[in-house]
Every structure is written in structure tokens, then in C-alpha cells.
Design a protein around this ligand. Sequence first.
Ligand code: ATP
Ligand code: MG
Length: 370
Amino acid sequence: MKEVILLKLGEIVLKGLNRNTFENALIKNIRRRLAPLGEFEVRMAQSTITITPGPGADLEGAVERVRKIFGVITFSRACVTEKSMEAVRAAAVEYLRPQLSTVRTFKVETKRADKKFPLSSPEISAEVGACLLDAFPNLTVNVHEPDVTVRVEIRDFGAYVHGEPEQGAGGIPVGTGGKAAILISGGIDSPVAAWMMAKRGVELTPIHFASPPYTSERAERKVAQLLGRVAEYAGRMYMITVPFARVQEEILDKCPEDYFTILMRRFMMRVSERIAAIEGCAALITGESLGQVASQTLESLTVTEDAVESLPVFRPLIGTDKAEIVSLSHQIGTFDISIEPYEDCCTVFTPRHPRTRPSLPYVEKAEAAL
Ligand code: ATP
Ligand code: MG
């Protein structure tokens, strides 16, 4: 049985004159994501993208990948048949058997792009409906709230038959929302923050601060692994690793211990802003959430942000609870990697009593010693 994947676009359809840009970006992302799985034809018509596999292409794999492409609101696998009622009826029964044998109610909806087809849309729906009632004794028709809507589309070259669509990843296509630098650690939060901004179309440049010899190569590989999971949604990324031990040693050596974390975070922001300028990134992104730890109180965030000269700092997790972040990280597939116990550059020098309400004049005085 020949199959295709049909994709419905999300918010893109609202984008007015920019619509073409968004659609083209999405098609490009789909082609790039499916390329390793064989030849696919990806075409756009009437706000639906159709993915048709070529000979030997991996359709199952394509479905897995499509599920993680931002900009797709729903998608369905559809069966392609010859353009005759006999073929359409047979396909509806056989192809949709798994869905239809487990529910109670259904209806049939038909779209007829080929106006020369001998039956009208309501006639086609009625005929397919009657055939399904015969084939599945468990089914009755409910046109208002059916468990499954069977869809028949009569096109010029053939017909499509499909059932209930699956939920897509939502969001808007990566690459249409500009480029930003994500400060990425090996923790639970920053990979989720990265995913959230990619969902809004942002292309990401990950920056990771590592502190060899205090942190291991294994810790760095863990971050790369985390990004690998995020990349299934966000597309290919190049991580920039910043050796940070010298900066940390200097702070440790010359500044009051209780201000260590906040000073370190200010340097992370400064270095990141410079890298962002080189990489053409228009914003910084962090995984901070208000009140989660001492360095994420309102006062600490203000002092951290003061070190950034001109870029906006986005903190998509600012108003989320840890439990919500954890649940998202399970969904994205990063949780199991995040909880692996490798040291981070922030944890190797944690002060015993970090400041929760740092004052900017004091911080600036402490920094003058560096
Ligand atoms: P995460 O789970 O993302 O590590 P966290 O709750 O542990 O966050 P912090 O360790 O205080 O919080 O870090 C706050 C944010 O600072 C992180 O979300 C991340 O954006 C950034 N950050 C922390 N450590 C690093 C690092 N080693 N390299 C790059 N960015 C970092
Ligand atoms: Mg952390």
C-alpha cells in the first residue's frame, strides 16, 4: 500500500505577507531533516505539505522526524489509492482498520479537488460510510462528535484516505525567528530553554563554559549529547566551548567568597555577549527561573543582567516551576542525560553561603580588584 505524510501548518497560516517565507523555511527544514532517510518529494499545496517517499525511503523514520519539526500543527499518514470508488472503499476498510476497530463512532469527510470525478463529495462520503458500517459492526455514525473522522481526498492523480491526524510539534519554523546564543550547561533547565526558543523559530548558537582541569571531558560530552537531543527539534548547531577556569581562579583569589557565583555569572554574560557579536546572534538565552537558587533572585538577575551591554537576555523559563521544567525535559528527551552526575563549572566552586540579595555597588567594587 502506497503511503504519504500530510502536514497541516500551525501559526504560519496567520502570517499574511510573510507566509511564503515561513512556508519555504519549513519546506527547507523538512528536506534537510529527511535527507538521511532517502529520497522524498516535499510539496506544498492548499496549506498542506505532502511528503511522498521515493523507492526505498524510510517512511517510519520520516514520521518520527516530522513529529519534531516546528511549524507543523498536525500530521497524518495517508494511503494513496487509484481514483475509483472501489479502491477508495477498500483502502478505507483495510488502511484504517487499526483505528476504526477500537472506536465507536465515525463520520466521513470528502474533499474533491478533481471536479470531473463522477460522484459529488457528499455522495462519496455516504458510499464510504455505508461500506465502513458493513465492515465494522462496532461503529455507528456521529456527524457532530465522532471518535474518528475518515477523510477522503480526490485529487487529480489519485485519492488519499486517512484518519485522525496526530499532534505535531507546533511552534514556527526554526530559522524564521533570527539567531540567538543559548548559554547551555549540563543541567535540566538550559536544554529546555533552548527547545522553547527554537520552538519560536530561533536558530541557536550554544555556548558552554567548561573548567578543565576541574571539569572533565566527559562533562563536556554530556552537554554535546544534550544538544544532540535538542537538535532533533532545533536543527544542526555548533557548540562553542569557553575555557573558564582561569577566570574562576582569579575571582576566587581576589574577591569575597559570598560574591563568587554572581561575579562568575557576570563574566559568563560578558564573554557570551562578545561571542554573540562574532556569531551574529541578536540575543542571549539562559535557563534561569525566578527564585530557583540564590543566583536567580530578582536582585541577582538584575546584577547579572547589568553586565550585558546591549543585547536582550531572554529567560523563557522565568515563570515556570521546576516540576514543569522536568516534565518538558522528559518530553524533549533530555532529562535522563541531564541527571547524569558530571560536575559543572558552576558547581566546582560553589560558595558556602552565596548572596541572595547582592548589591550592584558592592559587586562593582569587588570586580575592581580583578
Ligand atoms: P541549568 O539546569 O540550566 O544548569 P540551573 O538551575 O542549574 O540551570 P545555574 O547553574 O545557576 O542554574 O545556571 C543558570 C543558567 O546559566 C543556566 O540555565 C544556563 O543558561 C547558564 N549556565 C550555567 N552554567 C553554565 C555553563 N557551564 N555554561 C554555559 N551556561 C551556563
Ligand atoms: Mg546548572
